[in-house]
Design a binder for this molecule. Structure first.
Ligand code: SAH
Ligand code: SF4
Length: 344
């Protein structure tokens, strides 16, 4: 199957190039098209009223604008929304929209499934289909904004998949979101979450836009992390922390660390101590996250333990926060909707 040409894959430079060379149009047409798509969320060329009718006819198939196709959505009691989308080849992915007062965050997927197979993650269990293209990633945000009728303030790449295993598309998406002629979103409103792909972290350190970095740690020693996250065998904690140090030296940015609290697995006092030792010398902020039950082997830590873990980290000088769960009643943790639809 050939991938269809999707105008949402184009960078701003590519828009200018296609308009001025292949389509022999003046440059401002590229700006007009981008404005319709990225700012007004109009994807049908025939609705682009400042473009002459004959030109719209010609552009409709020359420049197909293909946001993902909406399959279903669910809304949680706390207002979290989860959308399921489908692409031309039948691949399905999901996107979560979190609302906190008037602060909205889109949690975008970068891959259909994930090849890294973390033992606690529904996405990991559902297997890996393929990388998403830049347009398929940006399209999730635009399609959601169109449905909601508003702009979403923040983007986190924390949906399905490992963003730093799809760096080429990821970096293109970030540039598109940030470009003043396109989505015009500040780099500080964009967060990349990684399971610890060392070359990707180093590439992000060299990337010119100052996006935020979040690392999914979940275990403070290699023995335990190998069990929870097989990616740790390829990129163990030593090299991972070294990469984070390089990232921090280059960017001056504080790094967010995600730590899912799993009962009797990673919530013992020694794990708090090991975490502090591992991360000493790095500027970090740890989010302690309630485990969202997806497999029978694991349960959520009890709240008392989480509180003690948090207090221990604080005493050792590590800033942290106990996060409240979001959207549990609609299975808004990574990968759960897709599993339900597939019936596995
Ligand atoms: N692959 C990247 C980004 C997507 S996963 C990464 O691992 O960082 C997004 C976040 O959801 C990660 O922090 C991941 O560890 C977390 N997550 C996965 N399964 C979860 C579960 N069952 N409960 C709570 N968080 C989970
Ligand atoms: Fe992949 Fe992240 Fe899930 Fe691990 S937690 S399987 S890296 S999506």
């Amino acid at each position: 199957m050939n991938e269809p040409f999707n105008a949402l894959d184009l960078s701003y430079e590519e828009w200018i190039d296609i308009c001025t060379t292949r389509l022999a149009l003046p440059r401002y047409r590229a700006d007009q098209l981008c404005q319709w798509i990225y700012q007004k969320k109009v994807f049908n060329v025939h609705e682009m009223t400042n473009i002459p009718k004959e030109l719209r006819e010609r552009l409709a198939y020359e420049l197909m604008i293909l946001p993902p196709v909406h399959v279903t959505e669910e809304t949680s009691r706390d207002g979290t929304k989860k959308f399921l989308w489908q692409f031309y080849d039948g691949v399905r992915i999901e996107t979560v929209l979190l609302t906190h007062g008037n602060h909205t965050t889109a949690c975008l997927s970068t891959q259909a499934g994930c090849p890294l197979n973390c033992s606690f993650c529904a996405t990991g269990k559902s297997g890996f289909a393929r990388n998403l293209t830049a347009g398929e990633i940006t399209g999730q945000l635009l399609a959601m904004e169109k449905r909601m009728g508003t702009n979403i303030a923040n983007v986190v790449f924390m949906g399905m998949g490992e963003p730093l295993l799809n760096c080429e598309a990821l970096f293109k998406v970030i540039s598109t979101l940030n470009s003043p002629k396109m989505r015009n979103m500040g780099a500080r409103h964009i967060t990349v979450s990684t399971s610890g792909i060392v070359p990707g972290i180093l590439a992000l350190a060299d990337f010119p836009l100052p996006v935020r970095l979040s690392v999914s740690l979940h275990a403070p020693n290699d023995g335990l992390r190998n069990k929870l996250m097989p990616v740790n065998k390829k990129y163990p904690l030593g090299p991972l922390v070294d990469a984070l140090k390089i990232y921090q030296k280059k960017t001056g940015e504080r790094i967010t660390v995600e730590y899912i609290m799993i009962r009797n697995v990673n919530d013992e006092p020694e794990h708090a101590y090991e975490t502090a030792a591992l991360l000493s010398g790095l500027g970090v902020y740890i989010n302690l996250i309630p485990y969202n039950p997806v497999v029978d082997d694991y349960q959520r830590s009890n709240p008392e333990r989480v509180k003690n873990f948090s207090a221990a980290l604080t005493r050792m000088g590590i800033e942290n926060e106990i996060r409240r769960e979001k959207g549990t009643d609609i299975n808004a943790a990574c990968g759960q909707l897709r599993r339900k639809e597939q019936g596995n």
